[in-house]
Design a protein around this ligand. Structure first.
Ligand code: ASP
Ligand code: MG
Length: 456
């Protein structure tokens, strides 16, 4: 099969006429055939999410909702759009309107219906982008992701089933990807294998759509267009002299995506990594600024630290068990307890008498309620502290180079910040440690300056 490129344009790149024209410029010069995964115009998914609840509670008039959405989308259409395009948009609006009336009459909102409604932003913008590209004489079509992406069926936050997706995508797209063809795929959703339900891939899921399609087509490259300068050495809002990182390994990018860098959907790295497809995060208006994610072949001894990221508003649940070190299966039981409460554990630190779980602050009460059932038989007591931030220092091979840990923790000590929990050694690409939320900015700047001061 011809080698193809996958482009992804997020909400900020699809949310204005100026941005849509910029997409055309990029696609005109792109290698073809190519795929474009697109997300809803900025703000539309949030609007739909709010709408399903307000409609359910009869707090909003449905025709008003449709009017607002029509206004938002028709203003993005180019002049002289075809009747066919306008009809295609109106068909989507009337389907959405019917779904909303369904919720309102039945006063019932299932996870399945909610997912379906959330996909309308992507459906609508695809039609509009097709019209823009068509006016540039580009040979363009839309293929619905339900014909390509098979999911595990978890509403709101589905994962793609890669092998099944590969089969389906190859069958559907292979015959279409010829010559100068451009295929638009609405991002963010797929179809479940079991009951053929439309399922969304979690917020910002279009990154994941792009890399899953890249995987399925063994793409040459996946280009994620963003209105930011790719991955940075730290959040520039806290560290103003942070710089762009030109290259990252898949492992580094995955650590950063999971731990705070809001550049890429955390699940998006793996499909590309499995087939060693480079992902390029490229600036939408300054395409020479980018971060390339690919297999690491750099000299590891130089500049081993790439970036310092963070997550705020976390809680630590410390569980005390005097006999903990001698109780077989305690950790397993606590893990099951967390799983039952649907807690995503970010980190664990253990000693003989205490096990500490790190999680988002809003989850901790659920975690406490769940572990209570192990008291007093297996655990003695627990304690919650909920004003933590996690700092994550990322760089391939940092766990194998002497002196890195001491530089990180000395830097934090120099600004008189206390380190509470440390997780090191599990990954060769990252150290994580927690500090109080209020101490985050100075700790972050101190670590960043320790490794990058010579650049300033
Ligand atoms: N439109 C969806 C969202 O806002 C998916 C995406 O942005 O990729 O979450
Ligand atoms: Mg979005």
């Amino acid at each position: 099969m011809v080698s193809i490129q996958v482009h992804k344009f997020g909400g900020a790149c699809t949310g204005s006429k100026r941005a849509l024209k910029q997409i055309c410029k990029h696609i005109v010069v792109s290698e073809k055939p190519c795929i474009i995964a697109v997300s809803a115009a900025a703000g539309v998914t949030d609007f739909l999410k709010k709408t399903v609840t307000t409609v359910l509670m009869h707090k909003v008039a449905i025709p008003e909702v449709i009017k607002t959405l029509k206004h938002r989308h028709f203003e993005l259409l180019p002049d002289n759009s075809t009747k066919e395009t306008i009809n295609a948009l109106n068909t989507q609006f009337s389907q959405l309107e019917r779904l909303l009336f369904g919720i309102s009459y039945t006063e019932e909102l299932t996870a399945r219906t909610q997912d379906l409604i959330l996909t309308f932003g992507e459906r609508l913008i695809s039609i509009i982008i097709k019209e823009h590209l068509r006016q540039q004489n580009i040979d363009v079509d839309i293929v619905d992701p339900t014909k390509l992406i098979v999911t595990d069926g978890v509403h709101g936050d589905a994962m793609a089933q890669l092998e099944k997706t590969e089969n389906k995508t190859q069958k559907t797209l292979k015959p279409l990807l010829q010559g100068e063809k451009v295929i638009i795929v609405p991002g963010f959703y797929g179809i479940s294998e079991k009951n053929h339900a439309v399922t969304v891939l979690g917020r910002s899921g279009t990154d994941y759509t792009a890399t899953v399609l890249g995987y399925a087509l063994e793409a040459k490259k996946i280009i994620i267009w963003k209105d930011v300068k790719g991955f940075m050495s730290a959040d520039p809002r806290i560290v103003p002299h942070a710089h762009n990182i030109p290259q990252l390994s898949y492992e580094e990018a995955a650590e950063l995506a999971h731990f705070g860098a809001k550049i890429l959907h955390p699940l998006a790295v793996l499909p590309a990594q499995l087939k060693r497809i480079p992902i390029e995060i490229r600036h939408f208006y300054q395409p020479n600024i980018s971060t390339i994610i690919r297999t690491n072949n750099e000299n590891k001894e130089n500049n081993v630290i790439k970036s310092v990221s963070y997550l705020k508003d976390l809680a630590v649940l410390k569980i005390y068990a005097a006999m903990g070190g001698h109780t077989r299966g305690l950790l397993a039981k606590l893990a099951i307890s967390m799983e039952n409460a649907e807690i995503n554990v970010l980190s664990i630190a253990t000693s003989q008498t205490c096990i500490a779980f790190l999680m988002k602050k809003e989850m901790v009460q659920r975690a406490v309620n769940s572990i209570k059932e192990l008291h007093p038989r297996l655990i003695d007591s627990w304690q919650v502290e909920d004003d933590f931030a996690l700092i994550c220092v990322v760089g391939d091979g940092l766990g194998k180079i002497p002196g890195i840990a001491s530089r990180v923790f000395n830097a934090v000590a120099r600004v008189h910040v206390n380190v509470e929990l440390i997780s090191a050694g599990a990954s060769h690409s990252a150290y994580h440690f927690t500090v109080k939320n209020t101490k985050l900015p100075q700790a972050l700047r101190a670590v960043h300056d320790e490794f990058f001061s010579q650049r300033n």
